[in-house]
Structures are given as C-alpha cells and as structure tokens.
Design a protein around this ligand. Structure first.
Ligand code: B12
Length: 455
C-alpha cells in the first residue's frame, strides 16, 4: 500500500509564530517509522511545498492519505480531504495529531474516513493491516465514518515511537527554532505534573512525568544531524533523574550541540546546582512561562510559582549565561495600567526574547467554562484558536485598545528592552532578517485585528 503523510500548509489568516518557530512534523515522522517496513510511505510537508495536494496525489498515487492537525488547521484539513476525494474517491483519508486527540468530533465530515483519537504502535499496525486488506474493523483509538464514529471504550494517549528523521531529509534545512537554523525537535520525556489551568499539555500527555526509553533516546540523538535540538518536553527541570540522565547521555555520546528546553521557574530554582553543567554541555536557552506581573493571577491560574520566583529564576539564569525566552499572558480584565505594569515587570526580568499572548481558554480546559459567556468567537472558529488572537472580550478597555496595548507591549519589550545587538551577534544577520520578516507579518495581522476591533 502507498501512504502519503501530509502536514497542512500554514494558515494565512491565523496569527502564528511559525516564522520564528518552525519545526519538523514529529508525529508524522513517528508514523513513518512504524509503517516504512511494510508500506511505501512519503511525507509531504505543505508548510514548505508549493505543489497542491492534487498534484502530489497524481504523482505519488497513494491509496491512503494521512493528515496531521493542530487546532487552527481543522478547516484546512477538511478541505485537503475533500481535494483528495476529488482526485479519486477511493483514496482513504485518515487524520491524526493533537487536535484529533482534543476534539475528534471536529473531523466528523463526509470526506474524512478515519480519525485517530490517539495513536499507538499497536493501533497503527492493526489499522493499516486491516485497511490494506480492504477490511473495516473497529480499532482502539480510531473512529470510522462508515462505522458511524463508534469507538471501543478503550481510552488511550499518543504513544512515543522512534521518529524516522530521514523521512523529512529534503525539508530539514528549513526547520528552525528562533535564531537557530537548522534545528531539530525531540521528545525526551512526557507528561506534566504542574496542571496549570491555562495549559493544554498535561491534558495531552497526562500528569505523570516519565522518561522515554533511554536506548531509544540515544538512538534518536545519534540520528539527529542538526547542530541544535529543541526539546518539546513541558518541563525539562521536573526532576533530578531526568536532568542527570540528560547530562550523562550527552557526555556518553560526546555530543556537541546547542540545546533549547522548556523549564519551569520552580525547576530553575530547585535545580540550580545543575545549571552550570547544563550550560557547559550546550544548553543555550530556556523557554519559561513567567505569565504575569500579578501574584493573584498566578494563583488563580494554579501556577505553582510567584512573581518573586520569576525574578529569582531570571537572576539565576543570568548567572549561568542561559538565555530566557519568556512567555506572558494578558488577562482579559487588564486596563492600560496593567499593561504598563507588565512592561515594568519585564524590564526587571530582562528576558532575551518575550512573547505576550492573550489568555486563551481552549475548549476542554478548566478556563473555558469560566470565560464561556465572554467569548468573541465560537468553538468551531478553529482558525481563531491560535493562542495569538484575543478570544475573550476585554472588560476594562475596548477590544481595539486591548490589541493596541498588546502590540505596543510586544514591540516595546522586544525592541527596547531585549538586547538586539547581542541577538545579531548570536544568530547572525540572515537569521535576524528572517525573524524580522516574521515579526512584520504578525504585526500586520495585529493591525488588521486592531482596526476591526471596536465594540
Ligand atoms: C513542535 C510544536 C509545533 C511545531 C510543529 C508541530 C507539528 N505537528 O507540525 C510548530 C513550531 C510549527 C508549531 C506551530 C504551532 N503550534 Co505547536 N506545538 C508544538 C509542541 C511543542 C510539540 C508538538 C509535537 O511535536 N508533539 C509530539 C508529537 C509526536 O505529537 P503529535 O504531533 O500529536 O503526534 C502523535 C499523534 O498525534 C500521532 N499523529 C500525528 N499526526 C498524525 C497523523 C495521522 C494520519 C495519524 C494516523 C497519527 C498522527 O502520531 C504521534 C504519535 O504519538 C506542542 C506542545 C506539546 N508539547 O505538545 C505545541 C502545540 C501542539 N502547538 C500548539 C499551537 C497552538 C501551535 C500554533 C497554533 C501556535 C501559533 N499561534 O503559532 C502553531 C500552528 C502552526 C500552523 N498550523 O501554522 C498547541 C496546540 C493546540 C491544539 N489544540 O492543537 C500546543 C499543544 C502548544 C500549546 N499551546 O499548548 N507547533
């Protein structure tokens, strides 16, 4: 059987960070790794390709097209399934990814044959085996249109599988993480015990933090050719076992690479003793969620750190010359003074990069119920759920002023507080120009939303 695995193109109308953080489709590389022995498989990354899906299908002649999906992609994925069926109605369409896990019902559509609510080695093998024999069987984690989206009652989560990086060989020079290009992404462990109210990641991976099989991790690390690896784990500093396992593997394999990781503020404080060594073996930056200048808000989000913890972590990371790419969330009840307080607080924290997004109460999060009656868009307006667009009606200032404050604060902190000459030295002019181009696109989209945004 011939299988085409597709990542949908960028969603032009949505506010995305994809120009800054543009990584490989890790999920598809995992599926490819499982299927390649038995079937003829190809990955078609439409974030890079300019060819249409119809042209690709005519050339590759797949019997099955499998498409991955994030939140903002849903409508596009449905369109791609329709285009596939228009080329040949017998081609089987299957969808998977983060969004099918969170909202499989969003894909109940005449052009979608199968929806992977979760993906494991076992259900992938069973499913492709039966489909290649022309059978339709009820498989754990897979909903089928023909079987009226019935599911076995078996619950499950997406399972780690060793990604086959060769599957994206022709695209890999394009994948980047902020100023680092080319860059790979990798999973070292899964789960998150922090369960913050605004975060989807514990919902996706579960609350138990686990390491991936060390031997698979080593194999993956050896396979990665890029000089930079971004770890997608929610909190790399979640426990000593994980930190020491990483340090030992890097030493054992004698790796000389740049590493970027997500880390919690609490982890930075608690595991300071490892930071010198981590920095020496290549750790360049932590992505840290400082979130807000207000302790009341941190408390209400069930975040496990305070604004003083943020300042302490910032001080520690400066000491070890580890950059901070900080993220903040603007609360919908903020007024102009609150945005000013945020700017003042960021001045004290001095992160190297700052992103401020509006608080997004994603459906299935505890926050959704709290803000349901203030939503500006419907659940089904998938392209809006980008974590960049304002979704909750502001209460103290107009939507227009809110967008203006968001844009002003993002520009002010990144242009005037962050050290741009340092950035050019670190990443080189070409990467900075790429990032600036991406920023301009985002600014343009914000200006459009701002102009639309009067009550
Ligand atoms: C890497 C990453 C990216 C990468 C690309 C990821 C990709 N798949 O293409 C980049 C940097 C480009 C990216 C961009 C965005 N991202 Co992102 N990203 C992540 C991150 C850090 C890891 C995702 C990942 O690789 N997981 C590991 C892989 C293995 O899991 P997976 O893709 O689900 O695959 C498994 C299964 O789903 C299955 N599978 C996947 N696809 C398919 C297809 C088929 C046919 C089958 C059978 C199975 C299958 O196989 C795997 C087996 O376990 C997560 C946070 C996190 N830790 O989860 C956020 C996350 C997924 N991103 C998120 C968001 C919001 C975005 C953006 C919208 C942000 C923005 N405004 O720019 C954009 C959207 C890009 C676009 N469409 O234009 C949200 C997603 C919310 C949602 N409901 O989907 C997350 C959860 C972060 C968050 N805010 O909490 N992202």
């Amino acid at each position: 059987m011939r299988i085409l695995l597709v990542r949908p193109p960028r969603i032009k109308q949505a506010i995305t960070l994809s120009d800054f953080m543009f990584s490989e489709p890790l999920g598809l590389e995992m599926i490819y790794g499982v299927l390649k022995e038995k079937y003829e498989v190809e990955i078609f990354d439409m974030m890079i390709e300019t060819e249409s899906i119809a042209a690709k299908i005519n050339e590759f002649k797949p019997e099955l097209v499998g498409i991955t999906s994030l939140c903002i992609d849903v409508i596009k994925v449905l369109e791609l399934c329709k285009e596939t069926k228009a080329v040949d109605v017998n081609i089987i369409t299957a969808v998977g990814g983060t969004q099918t896990y969170l909202n499989p019902e969003g894909f109940y559509n005449d052009y979608v044959d199968y929806i992977f609510e979760y993906t494991t080695k076992d259900n992938i093998n069973k499913f492709f085996n039966s489909v290649s024999l022309g059978e339709i069987t009820l498989t754990d984690g897979v909903r089928s249109r023909v079987l009226h989206y019935e599911s076995t009652v078996q619950k499950g989560r997406n399972e780690y599988m060793l990604p086959d990086r060769s599957s994206t060989e022709k695209y890999r020079h394009e994948y980047s993480y902020f100023g680092y290009r080319p860059a790979a992404i990798m999973e070292f462990g899964t789960g998150c015990e922090k369960v913050c109210d605004f975060c989807l990641r514990w919902r996706i991976e579960g609350v138990k933090e686990r390491l991936i099989d060390i031997e698979l991790t080593k194999t993956d690390l050896i396979n990665i050719k890029e000089p930079t690896i971004m770890f997608i784990d929610n909190d790399f500093l979640c426990n000593e076992e994980k930190i020491t396992a990483f340090i030992n593997i890097v030493k054992e394999l004698n790796l000389r690479k740049n590493y970027i990781m997500y880390a919690s503020v609490k982890g930075v404080i608690q595991y300071e003793k490892y930071l010198k060594e981590l920095s020496e073996i290549g750790l360049k930056a932590f992505l840290a969620g400082y979130e807000t200048f207000s302790d009341n808000e941190l408390y209400s989000y069930h975040k496990k750190s305070s604004t003083d913890d943020n300042l302490q972590a910032a001080e520690i990371l400066r000491k070890y010359k580890i950059d901070v790419w900080a993220s903040f969330m603007a609360h919908p009840d903020w007024d102009k003074n609150n945005f000013k307080s945020l700017r003042g607080y960021i001045k004290k924290l001095k992160p190297q990069i700052t992103s401020i997004s509006p608080l997004t109460p994603f459906p299935n999060l505890p926050l959704y119920k709290e803000f349901e009656n203030r939503l500006l868009y419907k659940k089904e307006d998938f392209e809006k759920w980008s974590f960049g667009q304002v979704m909750i009606r502001p209460s103290k200032i107009s939507l227009k002023t809110y967008y203006y404050e968001l844009l002003k604060t993002n520009l002010y902190v990144n242009i005037f507080i962050n050290k741009n000459t340092e950035m050019i030295k670190k990443f080189g002019v070409i990467n900075i120009i790429r990032i600036l181009k991406g920023s301009l696109k985002a600014v343009k989209k914000y200006l459009i939303l701002m102009n639309k945004g009067s009550f």
